[in-house]
Design a protein around this ligand. Sequence first.
Ligand SMILES: [Zn+2]
Length: 86
Amino acid sequence: MARHYLGCICPGTTTVKRSRWVVRVRNGNHSAFNGYRFTPSRYSEVSCLGCGRRWRTDAGYVADLPDRPYTDPAFTRDLEEPDDRP
Ligand SMILES: [Zn+2]
């Protein structure tokens, strides 16, 4: 099974892509295996505000990305498309 090196499917150069990336969970995860409590890890969860993809990585560029945790109110504004709710 192929591993995803990168989740982002936006067009453009790496620099352009990275301008849309934010860190959802820095240096850890919220795994179901521990009741979704925060567990430190060398991996961070990154997502793209352009295409909505998410991936986990320990790459060096994570240090340069802004934090945008799921609890940030701006999260839904950035990622959620208008839906059919009234
Ligand atoms: Zn993208």
